[in-house]
Ligand binder design. Structure first.
Ligand SMILES: [Zn+2]
Ligand SMILES: [Zn+2]
Length: 231
């Protein structure tokens, strides 16, 4: 970034929101160890941390998902939660770069296995996008698409219902909230394997609703990569 641009748009640490020094990339030196990737056993369906020896988390043991598998580098709490809230509600679109890099590193092996042919962000309702100025998942998806040299389609899935944030609802409400919330733009082509990108995985209802639509439109396999997984 040029010095003039730096003055106009000072870069901020994605974790503490403090100003970054010239040599600091996305996160300041103090915050470098403040957030860590999920380590240890995770649910093999949704990527949520589980106890040792437990294959599926409670949610995934109770119902079938429409997507094949999902992984997320971070848990949705503490510093990460505050960071995501600023990203979504306080205009910190610049954090997308840090988030996408983290997701790319964490999911590198999965992407080699899954071999997605198209990256599709979970859409936000047009009214919400207008208010926020961007779809947070699309910002991340765009960076991942250039990182992996995979096509990206922000217009394939359309959000037709303005839903409440999933994190504010209980499980039954979440499923109802997203039922029929999405539709696939039928004039666009859908390959066999699609990778969905979302910011937070809660119960997986949103991913299910998107995956169902994509499968109706011809996708055979739908995988997902989210930034965070909620407990
Ligand atoms: Zn910091
Ligand atoms: Zn699970």
């Amino acid at each position: 970034m040029s010095n003039a641009a730096e003055l106009l748009y000072p870069r901020r640490c994605a974790i503490c929101d403090g100003l970054l020094g010239k040599k600091e990339l996305y996160v300041c030196t103090d915050c470098r160890d403040a957030v860590r990737f999920i380590r240890g056993p995770v649910c093999r369906k949704c990527g949520r941390p589980t106890e040792e020896g437990v294959l599926l988390c409670k949610t995934c043991a109770e119902r079938r998902h429409a997507f094949e598998q999902s992984v997320s580098p971070y848990e949705y709490r503490d510093e990460m939660r505050r960071s995501v809230l600023r990203f979504k509600y306080s205009g910190r679109a610049e954090y997308a770069e840090f988030f996408a890099r983290s997701m790319a590193v964490y999911a590198a092996e999965k992407i080699r296995l899954w071999k997605p042919e198209l990256i599709v962000p979970v859409p936000v309702h047009p009214a919400r996008k207008r208010k926020r100025g961007y779809n947070q998942s699309a910002l991340i998806a765009r960076i991942l698409s250039s990182e992996w040299e995979l096509p990206f389609d922000e217009k394939l899935l359309i959000r037709r219902k303005r839903t409440k944030p999933q994190t504010e609802l209980d499980r039954t409400e979440r499923q109802k909230n997203v039922a029929k919330a999405f539709r696939c733009e039928r004039s666009r082509s859908v390959p066999g394997t699609v990778l969905l990108i979302d910011d937070i995985l809660t119960t997986g209802s949103t991913l299910d609703a998107c995956a169902e639509e994509l499968k109706k439109a011809g996708a055979e396999k739908v995988y997902a990569l989210c930034l965070c997984v909620d407990e």
